[in-house]
Write a protein that binds this ligand. Structure first.
Ligand SMILES: [Zn+2]
Length: 168
């Protein structure tokens, strides 16, 4: 796992924490119906894009607690396996998508699901295919933070939108 702890990724995670600190009165509280997506671009051994997707469990599962019956346990197992089908959710031209990890974050009464991916590409992308919002229609909007060598930009992603233009 160490190979993923690159300087840019560390910066990305730090930026995320800082943002949470500044904007949330309840630390880390999420908004139902909204996902947070972060993309870090790194040009080492070719080009790689690290994608971190975070959404309320309410939107992905319908509940924010441990499963209490077989139906809910199945929902959760199905969700985790669909998150692992990385290339169906995030992809780029001439890139391979690798699922890195998923985890559940508890925030008071709330739970979020986080999934991380790595795209390894032969050349820089002008756009990236992101299908989290079509896969999980309960999510009505997403803020995408893109961190590259030239700084950080934030773009909205609307329902039905699957192509995200990337800065040069
Ligand atoms: Zn919640």
């Amino acid at each position: 796992m160490k190979r993923y702890a690159t300087p840019l990724l560390t910066m990305l995670l730090a930026a995320h924490c800082e943002k949470e600190h500044v904007h949330s009165h309840v630390p880390g509280a999420h908004v139902h119906g909204r996902a947070e997506i972060q993309i870090a671009v790194e040009k080492i051994d070719g080009i790689a894009y690290f994608i971190r997707f975070e959404a309320p469990a309410k939107d992905l599962l319908g509940f924010e607690r441990d499963p209490v019956n077989d139906d809910e346990r199945k929902k959760k197992t199905d969700l985790l396996s669909s998150l692992k089908e990385g290339s169906g959710l995030v992809s780029g031209k001439d890139c391979t998508t690798e699922f890195v990890a998923s985890e559940e974050e508890k925030e008071g009464e709330h739970r979020s699901i986080v999934a991380q991916y790595r795209l390894s590409c032969s050349k820089p992308l002008s756009s990236i295919q992101i299908r989290f919002l079509t896969a999980f229609p309960s999510i009505k909007d997403a803020a995408v933070t893109i961190v590259g060598e030239n700084g950080q930009s934030i773009k909205p992603l609307a329902p039905g939108q699957t192509t995200l233009e990337l800065p040069e």
